[in-house]
Design a protein around this ligand. Structure first.
Ligand code: ADP
Length: 493
């Protein structure tokens, strides 16, 4: 049942509104204390009024009890003075007085009903032993009081057994007084309190509504600002510093917008770069073809030369497209690494062997230094791509008779591959950009030697997929050192 109620509450859309919740909280915070105060005051009044009445009646009864002894009323009930006093008391408090003697016999009843009867009740018996008792019967609206009628032994009546001053209980005054007057005062007070409560209720309702509206306003402002950005395509950061919470939301939103802007800019830049890179070989081919077509009786030798150039341009186009595909694949298959345990020393050896013919053309020496045997959990194809790209660059941007050294090392957690060359180096201000797609330090030189500007971007993506890092150190004119660090066990970092 409780779950059902919870389910219904959850489904109620209004309950999910912060505005509504705040309103309910504020309203209850105003209403509950008011109700408690009202109930408290009325209850307090009732207790106090009953206590005052009890003590008033008890005082009167004590005086009457003394008079009863003085006038020997328990034996002779004809005393007019006493009867008048009893009459006055019962009229004043709309009550009934029973006078009971030591034999539990009623000698006087102001209602005249129970005279001569014997009353055996716990209260009366206790009272005969000297205890005064007072009970408030809230339900029936009366207070019942038992007062002992006590005689103090005088010098004349004193005996050896009962010395002077002894207090003897001769009978009991059993009185019940109405509390109707207290009830009716209470009803009047209750009625007035109810009217005040209604006024308070309306005031609290209005205050809660106004306060909720004020408190919730910054959140409305945030949604308005976000909608403005959405509709008018503004990319100014928004600011709602009213609360720390709204400031946090706005900060997060602004940084999201900033990030989206960066992504959008880099996407635009990428598309522009791709178009440019793909267009360049096509333009060259068009120029070459046009110049052949524009001439008459072109010698076969020239045809051959131009066709060789055109074939080179086609190769470049092909390489750029292949690199682009590799890059896109790297982004797409983020989760799909084909992990196996790879003997890194062997892999490096194979790659160096494959690249040696290219290195030999420029008389560049390729060395492999294995500080230890390295077995690592990696994607072999991607790892080959990383090593090939780095070593290829080290050959491409080297000097004649230069050197490339690949060093493999590992600790208990990571393995490192260092590719160091004695080449042209990278200027310091270009160090951060070399990993960007299509970035080349010297565009024409890179193109001449067949670079697409995508090699390091692909390398960095592949390293990141393995949760590794890459960094470079370089001295212009002296050489460059790339250091790759990767976990030995896949998924351990
Ligand atoms: P590219 O296809 O042009 O080689 P890369 O992304 O592999 O593209 O490299 C980007 C740029 O970084 C290169 O154009 C080159 O200027 C520079 N670079 C990369 N590796 C080296 C290196 N070992 N020595 C000097 N410059 C390098």
């Amino acid at each position: 049942m409780a779950d059902k109620v919870k389910g219904v509450i959850k489904k109620l859309k209004i309950w999910r509104s912060l505005k509504f919740r705040l309103f309910v909280i504020l309203f209850l915070m105003g209403l509950v204390p008011t109700l408690i105060i009202k109930e408290g005051i009325l209850q307090n009044y009732e207790n106090r009024a009953v206590a005052v009445r009890q003590s008033d009646v008890q005082n009167q009864l004590k005086i009457i009890a003394n008079h009863l002894i003085t006038y020997n009323y328990l034996q002779d009930t004809s005393s007019e003075v006493i009867n008048a006093e009893l009459e006055q008391l019962s009229n004043l408090y709309s009550g009934r007085v029973l006078i009971i003697n030591g034999n539990l016999k009623v000698v006087k009843d102001t209602y005249g009903i129970s005279e001569g009867r014997t009353i055996i009740s716990e209260e009366v018996i206790k009272c005969l032993k000297g205890t005064t008792m007072s009970n408030y019967d809230e339900k029936n609206g009366f207070i019942e009081i038992t007062t002992p009628i006590v005689e103090t032994v005088s010098a004349q009546t004193a005996t050896d057994k009962i010395p002077e001053g002894t207090e003897l209980t001769r009978g009991v005054l059993l009185t019940s007084v109405s509390t109707d007057i207290i009830r009716s005062t209470l009803d009047i007070l209750d009625h007035r309190a109810f009217i005040i409560m209604i006024i308070m209720f309306v005031c609290i309702l209005v205050i809660a509504m106004v306060l909720t509206q004020i408190l919730i306003r910054p959140f409305d402002r945030i949604s308005r600002a976000i909608n403005e950005i959405k509709d008018d395509h503004i990319d100014e950061p928004i600011s709602v510093p009213d609360y720390l919470e709204t400031e946090h939301i706005v900060d997060a939103f602004n940084s999201l917008i900033r990030r989206m802007k960066i992504v959008d800019n880099s996407r635009q830049e990428f598309v522009a770069n791709v178009s440019h890179e793909l267009k360049t070989p096509i333009t060259s081919m068009k120029v070459l073809a046009d110049s052949l077509l524009g001439q008459q009786d072109v010698p076969v030798q020239l045809y051959r030369e131009f066709l060789v150039d055109i074939a080179e341009e086609i190769d470049r186009e092909d390489k750029t497209i292949n690199d682009l595909l590799a890059l896109v694949k790297m982004d797409k298959t983020a989760a799909k690494l084909n992990i196996s345990v790879v003997h890194m020393n062997n892999l490096a050896e194979i790659i160096l062997k494959r690249l040696r013919p290219i290195a030999r053309k420029n008389d560049i020496e390729l060395n492999l230094v294995s500080a230890r045997e390295v077995l690592a959990e990696v994607d072999e194809v991607k790892m080959s791509l990383i090593l090939t790209n780095l070593v290829e660059n080290a050959i491409k941007y080297n000097k004649e008779h230069g050197e490339v050294t690949v060093t493999l090392d590992a600790d208990h957690q990571f393995f490192t591959v260092e590719v160091a060359d004695t080449g042209i180096g990278i200027p310091e201000d270009a160090m951060l950009q070399i990993y960007e797609r299509f970035y080349r330090v010297d565009k024409s030189h890179s193109r001449e030697i067949g670079g697409t500007g995508l090699g390091l971007a692909i390398t960095k993506s592949a390293i990141r997929l393995h949760r590794g890092t890459i960094r470079a150190e370089s001295k212009l004119g002296e050489g460059t050192r790339f250091l790759v660090k990767m976990p030995l066990i896949h998924g351990s970092t």
